[in-house]
Design a protein around this ligand. Structure first.
Ligand code: UGA
Length: 422
């Protein structure tokens, strides 16, 4: 099958690479020419374990190519995937400008029957809208069907998740088009659920919001555990043994960040308001997630009796979670901003993220190594749980040897206490 992917962000790039890996002929299209040049040379613009090698192999074997030219990309493709971003508007709604543009581009260039698959996370009804735009602009003898196929990969595990996910959702109104999309996944051994388009779109939002609720729930339970002397890790383990609950996404800490949960929970809330339906559970989760960061900041400030002026704070981890270089909605940004504005001196270290642009005015010293980061620190803040902080018990021994207070934002060390004072 000849596949074209519009958008080379996380979803588009990984999906395109995996489709090439399983034998399809894939062209990835992006308007960003610098990105295309980088990709043509076999380099990934994002940090994603294992991606570079797959990219290079498939470019060399001729199954994967990159272009910024729409006519070239669409020329003989059987299936076009839309995998562009749907960033958040100020009111919480999803911005569909890139989706709209992709649909118009397809309509402008397509001269043959084609199936269009929307992989981007889009509000319910967007697939109908995309089909309408395309059909309104093409001649009536060309057949176009739009199929919803939302993405469930996690950053940092993108390749593994694509090959070993829990499900592939295919939402189609036109059965034969759904069958073609299903066939694309033939060599990927993941269960497939066929639905209508609107249900497929909703499955994506409902899943992300559910996981966000789960995290906020365990964080609030964790806050109560701390007051009452219960151990949140044991509580999560015990809860997780109930198969109806499950242990995944019950790790308490600083809460969720990234480009998906914050954006998708707000978009779901927006969508429910527009339709006069209460989404109070998701809204409570959003609020709890914001509060969770503030509670952490308060703990640090309280430790220094309300005055962090000139206190040297070492922040370990900047990415919103390990194994990614993504800092969108990362807790590190709120924490550093708050502490710096209260007078603290922050040094930060992340194995992959070497600086954060939005913190340019914060005078953060970006350390070359974790060892340099914690040198002379008055407090260490574990913000992202990268493996290298725990290798050979490095962090535990730093706390022990240097007698420094640790604020364990990910509940990784002493499972009985949020804060470890040696
Ligand atoms: C999430 C979903 O897990 C994917 O299924 C989905 O495809 C993706 O969003 C998306 O919509 O594109 P991702 O944002 O990459 O994936 O990251 P997750 O691993 O889900 O973590 C999200 C956030 O929750 C992180 O900030 C993480 O630190 C936090 N988290 C996760 C917790 O605080 N506790 C947990 O137990 C698990």
């Amino acid at each position: 099958m000849k596949i074209t992917i519009i958008g080379t962000g996380y979803v588009g790039l990984v999906t395109g690479t995996i489709f090439a890996e399983v034998g399809h002929d894939v062209t990835c299209l992006d308007i960003n020419e610098d990105k295309i040049i980088l990709l043509q040379s076999g380099k990934s613009p994002i940090y994603e374990p294992g991606l570079d090698m797959l990219l290079q192999n498939n470019i060399v074997n001729g199954r994967l190519c990159f272009t910024s030219q729409a006519d070239e990309a669409f020329a003989d493709s059987d299936v076009i995937f839309i995998a562009v971003g749907t960033p958040q508007e100020e009111d919480g709604s999803a911005n569909l400008n890139y989706i709209h543009k992709a649909a118009e581009d397809i309509a402008r260039h397509i001269k043959h029957n084609v199936i269009v698959v929307v992989k981007s996370t889009v509000p319910v009804g967007t697939n109908d809208y995309v089909e309408k735009i395309i059909r309104n602009h093409i001649s009536s003898d060309i057949e176009v069907h739009v199929v919803s196929n939302p993405e469930f990969l996690r950053e940092g595990h993108a390749i593994h998740d694509t090959m070993n996910g829990d499900r592939i959702i295919i939402g189609a109104e036109h059965k034969a088009s759904g069958d073609v999309v299903e066939a694309l996944y033939e060599k990927i051994n993941v269960p497939i659920l066929r639905t209508d388009r609107r249900s497929a779109e909703m499955i994506k939002y409902a899943s992300n919001a559910f996981l966000a609720v789960k995290i906020s729930y365990i964080n609030q339970i964790s806050n109560l555990c701390e007051k009452l002397g219960a151990d949140i890790a044991s509580v999560a383990d015990g809860m997780g043994m109930d198969k109806r609950i499950g242990r995944a996404f019950l790790n308490a800490g600083l809460g969720y960040g990234g480009s998906c949960f914050p954006k998708d929970t707000r978009a779901l809330s927006y969508l429910s308001k527009k339709n006069n339906v209460s989404m109070s559970i998701v809204e409570a989760a959003i609020e709890a997630n914001t509060t969770q960061r503030q509670l952490f900041i308060n703990k640090v400030v309280d430790h220094f009796n309300g005055n962090v002026t000139d206190k040297r704070v070492a922040v370990l981890g900047l990415a919103f979670k390990p194994n990614t270089d993504d800092v969108r909605e990362a807790p590190s940004i709120d924490i550093i901003t708050a502490l710096v504005s209260s007078g603290a001196k922050v040094s930060a270290y992340d194995p992959v993220v070497k600086n954060i642009q939005v913190l340019d005015d914060c005078n953060v010293v970006y350390a070359q190594s974790k060892e340099i980061c914690v040198e002379n620190a008055d407090a260490i803040l574990l913000v992202t749980e990268w493996d290298e902080f725990f290798e050979n018990e490095w962090l535990a021994s730093v706390i022990q040897n240097k007698q420094i207070v640790l604020f364990d934002g990910r509940n990784m060390l002493n499972k009985n206490k949020e804060e470890i004072l040696s």
